[in-house]
Structures are given as C-alpha cells and as structure tokens.
Write a protein that binds this ligand. Structure first.
Ligand code: SAM
Length: 296
C-alpha cells in the first residue's frame, strides 16, 4: 500500500492520477459486467454484506475496486447497487435513468439539488463518471441547454456514453480530459457541478482556477465533496483511501481558501454528513455541499 503525498503540496502527482484512474476504470468495467450478468443474491454487496462505506451513502459498503468511493465487499452486483443512488437522489431525479447509470453512481451528494438549473443553460460536470448528474442536469436544462461531462478514465467515458445513448439524449456530451486542464473555452459554461471528485485531485488550485476560467461572468459552482474536519486532515491517506475519496479530502478552510484565491465569491457550505470506517471509527472527513459564484 503506497502512502500518498500530502495533498497540500500543490503538485500534480502522476501516482495519484494513475491510482484513481485504475480504481474508476475497474469500477466502470464491473458495472458494465454486472449489468450483463447479475450474480446470485448474497454473493455480492447487497444489503446484508454492506458495512459502513468511506464515501457516498451512509452505509455504502461496496468493493473498493468495483464500486467507486466505497469500502470492502466481495463483489459488485445487480439491483443492490442502485441503493447508493437511491440514498443520494430523490425519486423524481432518478425517474427514467437506466440501471447502469444508477449502478455507476459513486458520488457523495446531490450537486444539482439546489443548483436551480434553468432551461437553456450550459452545465459542466467535473468527473462525470457514469453520467448520473449529467443526466439529471440534462432534464433540467432541456433540449435548448447543453451538459458536458468531463472525465479522465476511458472506461467511465465508455459507460457514460452507453448510458446516454440508451436514454437517447442529444444534449449531453462526454469529453475526455483532466479537471486541472479543462478542454473548454473561457467563459463557456453557466454552471459547474461536481460530485465527490475534486477531493481526488492532488492539485486543487488548478481545478478551481480552471473551473473559474470556463465559467461565464456570474456563473455558479455547485459541488458535493469530501472535506476534512480539522487541519490534521483525513485519518487514512494511503492510495486506497485516496481513490476512495478519503485520502485527498482537504481541510475545509484550506479548500474554501483555494476557491477564494481562484476568484470565487459568495462561497457557502451546507449539508455536512460525517463519514466513518467499517469499524465505525470517525475518518475526520465529511461530505459537504459547497456553492460559489464567479463575479458578474
Ligand atoms: C468518485 S467518482 C464520481 C463520479 C460521478 N461524479 C458520480 O457522482 O457518480 C470520480 C470520477 O472522477 C474522475 N476523476 C478523478 N480525478 C479526475 C481528474 N483529475 N480529471 C478528470 N477526471 C477525474 C474519475 O475517473 C471518476 O470517474
């Protein structure tokens, strides 16, 4: 198990990027497999096998490799995997989503819930994974709007594209790239959303700088993310904890300070939910919703 560098060192570490990409690539492949073949009940991460997860819903306990931000279990499975999405989103948001999109959900919040997305707006989802927040946003912005999902993991992009095609959506586009170097023009987006992803980046200054750059003046940022409760940082910092959205969770004050340095104003946090390990020990992190605005 590799110990990851401190996430405050400001350098973009290839080791972290590789570990994260490997983790979510495996997860995407497993979701693709599981939706083809559903194992017998009780062999996977159904309710009986679920302990406390390290990210996402309160008692998500999925296989760390197979189920994204999660803890440990033998394998991923069919319908039980939609439980994670069902904890984070309301029925209206989930209506019409393919099971593959719900099963891929690896977030720790619901960033579109209070984002007040309007018809015609352009949205960018940083670290879009299997696409769940993009599909919810697409419904809100309608045919006259546009949603971009950005992700660096090819397998996740393949899964997201398959989900989009399954839904017949024409206003969603998934693009390959990094949060720290967003392949979109300046001032081209009305709202940036993100769900449990910025904590995975070793260069959060670059992420906020880039998010600020692509937002139009007056544009909004709505992010659900894992943050540390004290300056000590998260209790676990190894590579597995990093890829599970714990190791890179930064102290809230530092994180919000980076947003301010990037130029964001009206920075506010809500909806704090503490996280524990499988032994119920506090991890010194919480899932937090953060909103901000680029000055008009
Ligand atoms: C925890 S999952 C969250 C996925 C999605 N937001 C959700 O709620 O289901 C993190 C995703 O972010 C992507 N990711 C992590 N770091 C990234 C980076 N620096 N640039 C682009 N994508 C990244 C991973 O490939 C993965 O698909």
């Amino acid at each position: 198990m590799t110990t990851m560098p401190n996430n405050t060192d400001g350098s973009l570490t290839e080791g972290i990027r590789h570990a994260v990409q490997e983790h979510y690539g495996q997860r995407a492949l497993r979701v693709i497999e599981l939706t083809d073949v559903t194992p017998a009940q009780g062999t996977g991460c159904g309710a009986e096998n679920c302990g406390h997860g390290t990210c996402g819903g309160d008692d998500c306990g999925h296989d760390a490799a197979a189920c994204g931000c999660g803890a440990t279990a033998a394998a991923c499975c069919g319908p039980a995997d939609t439980e994670h999405a069902m904890r984070l989103y309301n029925d209206a948001q989930l209506q019409g989503l393919p099971v593959e999109a719900m099963a891929a959900s690896a977030g720790c919040g619901n960033p579109t819930a209070l984002a007040d997305l309007r018809p015609g707006e352009t949205i960018l989802d940083l670290g879009s994974g299997g696409g769940i927040d993009c599909f919810i946003a697409a419904d809100q912005v309608g045919e006259s709007g546009k949603v971009f999902g950005l992700d660096m993991t090819p397998e996740m992009l393949a899964l997201a594209n398959a989900n989009r095609d399954r839904m017949g959506l024409t206003n969603v586009e998934f693009i390959e790239g990094h949060l720290e170097d967003i392949p979109l023009p300046d001032a081209s987006v009305d709202v940036v959303i993100s769900n449990c992803v910025i904590c995975l980046s070793p260069d959060k200054d670059a992420v906020f700088r880039e998010a600020f750059r692509v937002l139009a003046p007056g544009g909004r940022l709505h992010v659900s993310d894992m943050l540390a409760l004290t300056a000590d940082g998260p209790r676990l910092t190894d590579s597995e904890a990093w890829a599970s959205c714990i190791g890179g969770a930064e102290y809230q004050e530092t994180y919000l300070g980076r947003m301010e340095s990037a130029g964001f104003v009206e920075i506010a946090t809500t909806d704090e939910a503490l996280r524990f390990d499988e032994n119920e020990a506090p991890l010194n992190v919480a899932s937090v919703k953060v909103s901000a605005r680029k000055p008009a």
